[in-house]
Design a protein around this ligand. Structure first.
Ligand SMILES: [Zn+2]
Ligand SMILES: [Zn+2]
Ligand SMILES: [Zn+2]
Ligand SMILES: [Zn+2]
Length: 314
């Protein structure tokens, strides 16, 4: 029945994320006929929220067609109910079960040689009921509050979120607590801090004219829109200049940078080659990852021309 209904009414932004109060409150039931129904709905919602906060589960809104009316029903899942008993990863089809009904993913089934580690019974059947649930459920991305409209099957949710471009990033300005997708963050930089990103292309050198008083300069990659901070921190009598990547996915492989200063009379050309740290929140470059320069590298107007290259390799 799930299947048939889902085909008629594709899911719109089903909310299933854990931990978002906004999402938890999106339990809707349209076309209420009388007040009594409204009161019942409110009490149901209250109970559902209590259950969720007690047990750390999540709910999913599923469109349905009841008595000729388009309605929305809410299904509540305890946390982990659609995860494998053994590896705790999200289940995907095929799903197996032992004679006692313990549910196991296909890769664990091979690893335990068809013998249930919970009860030692043989794992012999596909669990069609759970497979049908997995086929029916579409879950919205946890980054829906930040603008992501993607819905995925349960098993693909985590994979999508790991690289979702709407994952929230933090403003690098110390004391500013603004959090948004990188696209929104670029707008915030302009409107709140007056920072206009300098556009560049991965793998190609570009020039930046840095003023001695510029603590933060925003760099943005032309094609992918990745945001970087060129920071200029004063440490004792030196200026430490370096690049940080603003990303929600901090465990991602780091980018690399090269920074060159031009040959100036009486001063050596300075070079830096380092990886770029991923950052959430205020940026602070350590001298080991930045160019450490005395103020005489800046011109009498306080300017310093830098040639920078950012890429996945050196
Ligand atoms: Zn497993
Ligand atoms: Zn078992
Ligand atoms: Zn997303
Ligand atoms: Zn800010």
């Amino acid at each position: 029945m799930f299947d048939r209904e889902m085909k008629k009414f594709p899911i719109d932004a089903a909310d299933a994320s854990k931990g978002s109060n906004d999402q938890r409150q999106r339990v809707t039931r349209e076309n209420s006929e009388n007040e009594q129904e409204n009161i019942e709905d409110q009490s149901e919602m209250k109970h559902k929220e209590e259950r969720e906060s007690d047990q750390g589960g999540y709910s999913i809104d599923i469109p349905s067609f009841i008595d000729g009316r388009n309605q929305s029903i809410s299904v509540y899942f305890n946390d982990g109910v659609l995860d494998c008993f053994i590896c705790y990863e999200a289940l995907s089809i095929p799903v197996f079960q032992c004679r006692n009904g313990h549910i196991i993913c296909s890769s664990c089934c091979v690893k335990v040689k068809n013998k249930c580690p919970m009860c030692s019974k043989l794992i012999c059947n596909r669990c069609k009921a759970i497979e049908n649930v997995l086929k029916s459920v579409q879950i919205s991305c946890a980054n829906a509050p930040f603008g992501c409209e993607k819905t995925t099957s349960y098993s693909k949710k985590k994979g999508h979120e790991k690289k979702c471009s709407y994952a929230p990033c933090f403003c690098p300005r110390a004391g500013c607590n603004f959090v948004a997708s990188s696209k929104e963050l670029a707008l915030h930089f302009r409107s709140e801090h007056g920072w206009s990103p300098i556009s560049f292309e991965f793998g190609a050198y570009f020039s930046v004219s840095l003023n001695i008083s510029d603590e933060i300069t925003i760099l943005q990659e032309k094609n992918d829109g990745n945001l970087f901070v060129l920071s200029n921190d004063v440490k004792d009598d030196r200026y430490v200049i370096g690049v940080t990547c603003i990303t929600a996915h901090t465990s991602e492989a780091p980018f690399h940078n090269r920074i060159l200063t031009p040959r100036t009379e009486g001063l050596c050309r300075r070079k830096l080659q380092s990886f770029i740290p991923n950052s959430q929140g205020p940026v602070a470059i350590t001298p080991a990852l930045g160019l450490s320069l005395l103020s005489r590298y800046f011109s009498s107007d306080g300017e310093l021309k830098l040639h920078i290259r950012i890429g996945r390799d050196f």
